[in-house]
Design a protein around this ligand. Structure first.
Ligand code: GTP
Ligand code: MG
Length: 193
């Protein structure tokens, strides 16, 4: 299918949150894990979402509409950026919490995890928080072009065990396109759920 992705709205504060009717799938993960690059890859456009080699690029919540399907992908600001102040980190947590917890149209959260790192405390905190709210998790291992096949497979198994899911996490690379069609399939399934 020929899909397009367009930016609908950017918000910085809780008071700007809006109840959309469209089903939504959020993209969450540590700063620099590759959330914005993933949006660009899916969109087939290099500069739709701003990316940066420096962590902490996306400070806002960005709503993208997937056409013709009609659901939203919501790029959340990255967490765990060490250099940002405590005030800023608290602001992040409150904004994300307000977005996630009060959202009846949120179908799933794609949790992006760096394929080169063993499971990190901060990622486990997010996945158990989502689990406690009963929100489905779509685990995506990013930058899968980097590690060796053996290491990728090990991490994939590790995360599948932790999350106790039937399906293995998607190995994804914005650079090569690995996992792109698999991810589309899963997003479409959740958006329609
Ligand atoms: P924040 O906005 O800070 O939360 O970061 P982000 O998660 O949006 O990450 P972003 O997409 O900006 O990517 C961060 C860096 O990782 C950039 O230098 C990207 O080029 C690089 N990167 C992202 N995805 C991939 C990938 O699949 N493979 C490789 N090799 N590099 C990637
Ligand atoms: Mg970003």
């Amino acid at each position: 299918m020929n899909r397009t992705i367009e930016l609908i709205k950017t918000i910085y504060e809780i008071k700007q949150l809006e109840d959309f009717d469209e089903p939504q799938i959020a993209l969450a993960g540590r700063s620099n894990v590759g959330k914005s690059s993933l949006v660009n890859r899916l969109a087939g456009r290099k500069k739709l979402a701003k990316i940066s080699s420096k962590p902490g690029k996306t400070r806002s919540l960005n709503y993208y509409r997937v056409n013709p399907d009609g659901y939203f992908l919501v790029d959340l600001p990255g967490y765990g950026y060490a250099k940002c102040s405590k005030t800023e980190r608290d602001k992040w947590a409150k904004l994300i919490e307000a977005y996630i917890s009060g959202n009846a149209r949120l179908k799933a959260v794609a949790v992006l995890l760096d394929c080169r790192l063993s499971p990190q405390k901060i990622d486990l905190e997010l996945t158990s928080y989502l689990g406690s709210l009963g929100i489905p998790i779509i685990p995506v291992l990013t930058k899968a072009d980097k590690p060796k096949q053996r290491d990728r497979a090990r991490l994939q198994n590790q995360w599948q065990d932790i999350l106790q899911q039937d399906r293995a996490p998607v190995l994804f690379s914005s650079k090569t396109g690995m996992g792109e069609s698999k991810l589309w399939e899963i997003l479409t399934e959740y958006a329609a759920s």
